[in-house]
Design a protein around this ligand. Structure first.
Ligand SMILES: Cc1cc2nc3c(=O)[nH]c(=O)nc-3n(C[C@H](O)[C@H](O)[C@H](O)COP(=O)(O)OP(=O)(O)OC[C@H]3O[C@@H](n4cnc5c(N)ncnc54)[C@H](O)[C@@H]3O)c2cc1C
Length: 465
């Protein structure tokens, strides 16, 4: 494995963004955006190693924009809880931290004139790429991007849009061992204590910071999920202790879930996928269970990243494969016994008690078990007036209510409901040759009645709406 001379980070994770040289400065600036953590973060380690080489302290900046597409109070609350922990851990490591309200590119460019070097992390959504491109174009200093939220760097795995998991899997598995190496933590040699860089939000008081932001408050925060690395690690430890050994067989039991619940933490970069993968690999659980989990964390998750990274219109119905759109179009005028609008769906008022239970879980917790997500998504396709409208409704529900929404996995899995990464199946009404799911299958294959007792209409009222 090649690493740069100045850092313990694989060269394949590092990308020069503007070809401008380093220069004299007051600090190395790490613009934290995707990898919102103070441990297991290769961008941070590269920033510290570079600062040691230059004899400078590190300043980390995080910019909070109030209008990130689709984000609401539910997401901001989880994110700020995580950032509060990150800020404290950075200070303990001798690294300065500032959080500012504003457009990320503008906030970074305000601090750029004193920077000898800018390091940023990598995000795959359109807006994340635009911000990085704007900073790289406008900063008169070297900007370096470090890819730390996937196990295998995306371009190292594949430079093309992959057809399905079966085409990406062998490429990822061939590289897996090369990248499953612990990231060393670098000690800052120059203290940042003398840097005085004010913040415009006080993370010591997260509710107060949230109140100061002009964000969409229509969907409330969820109790039971607290953002931050310590909470992610507590979930990981509990999963390793009690559930991983049963993961491959128990995944089909949404009534008694034995899953990790790590997707919101991964979405906000609050825990490293490498840390999770190493813990899974080192556990004493049976190999089948470990491999089953790594299939989700590595293959399914990074297939989603491959899709978003290689598909400019990843958030549009047109990104669904042509065979699927053609078939859905051919069945556009099929009779639809049930059609529901967005409000009926968000009130969990359909004729289907399984679906309503899933929706109630999502409303109350911002989470839903994967098996239910599949069924839930397929029914939105079935109950929409036409497929393109169904796609838009499903993406909006997904990204508004899930804590892990607005992620590459959101776009890839909503696309999956409409045929992405799948193959044609026997033809049937409404769905054409796109895969269909029905309630009888759910009843046969899962413990859905246990789940309905938990989340159905007679269950306790959902909280925090
Ligand atoms: C219609 C639909 C919508 C979905 N929307 C999202 C979303 O908005 N955000 C999101 O992160 N995931 C989404 N998923 C994928 C998956 O359901 C969740 O990642 C998973 O349920 C999260 O729970 P967990 O962390 O307990 O998963 P675990 O079973 O513990 O899996 C471990 C990790 O593997 C990854 N993973 C698992 N399944 C998938 C998958 N199918 N695709 C990609 N990665 C996966 C996740 O990062 C997850 O945290 C969606 C799936 C469907 C079918």
């Amino acid at each position: 494995m090649r690493t740069t001379s100045s850092a313990p980070v694989e060269a394949q994770r590092i990308q020069e963004l503007n070809g401008v040289p380093e220069r004299r400065g007051a600090y190395v600036l790490y613009w934290m955006q995707q990898s919102q953590r103070a441990a297991g973060n290769p961008a941070l380690e590269l920033a510290i190693a570079s600062a040691n080489r230059l004899g400078l302290p590190v300043l980390v900046v995080f910019a909070v924009t109030a209008d990130f597409p689709g984000a609401n109070l539910r997401h901001y609350a989880f994110m700020l809880q995580g950032l509060a922990e990150t800020a404290a851990q950075l200070r303990e490591r001798g690294v300065a931290f500032t959080i500012r309200h504003g457009a990320p590119d503008a906030v970074v460019l305000e601090l750029a004139p004193q920077a000898a070097l800018i390091v940023c992390d990598h995000g795959y959504l359109r807006i994340q790429k635009q911000w990085r491109a704007q900073v790289a174009a406008a900063a008169a200093v070297r900007v370096v991007r470090v890819e730390g939220d996937v196990l295998v760097p995306v371009a190292a795995a594949s430079r093309q849009r992959e057809v399905a998991a079966r085409t990406l899997r062998p490429k990822l598995l061939a590289l897996r061992e090369q990248y499953l190496r612990r990231l060393p933590s670098v000690r800052p040699e120059v203290s940042a204590a003398q840097l005085r860089v004010p913040s415009s939000l006080a993370l010591e008081d997260v509710p107060g910071a949230l109140a100061a932001l002009r964000i969409d408050r229509t969907i409330g925060a969820v109790p039971g999920w607290t953002g931050g690395l310590s909470h992610a690690r507590a979930r990981l430890r509990a999963f390793l202790r009690a559930d991983l050994a049963h993961y491959d067989v128990a995944r089909a039991r949404p009534g008694a879930p034995r899953v990790s619940g790590l997707s919101p933490y991964l979405h906000f970069g609050q825990i490293s996928p490498l840390e999770i993968a190493l813990a899974i690999r080192q556990s004493a659980a049976p190999a089948a269970a470990r491999e089953s989990y790594l299939e989700e964390l590595l293959v399914r998750r990074e297939l989603a990243v491959n899709f978003v990274d290689t598909t400019p219109d990843y958030d549009c119905y047109q990104s669904v494969p042509e065979w699927a759109r053609r078939s859905l179009h051919a069945h556009r005028d099929d009779p639809r016994p049930h059609v529901y609008d967005y409000d009926q769906l968000t009130q969990a008022r359909t004729h289907d008690r399984y679906w309503n239970a899933a929706m109630r879980e999502m409303l109350a917790t911002g989470y839903m078990h994967n098996h239910l997500r599949m069924y839930w998504g397929k029914k939105v396709l079935e109950w929409s007036a036409d497929p393109a409208a169904g796609y838009a409704t499903l993406l909006r529900l997904n990204n508004s209510y899930f804590l892990d929404g607005r992620d590459p996995s959101s776009f890839a899995n909503v696309g999956w409901v409409f045929g992405l990464h799948d193959r044609p199946w026997p033809e049937r009404p409404i769905f054409g040759t796109v895969r269909y799911m029905n309630a009888a299958g759910l009843a046969r294959k899962t413990d859905i009645e246990v789940y309905v007792r938990k989340w159905g209409a007679s269950a306790p009222a959902p909280l925090a709406l």
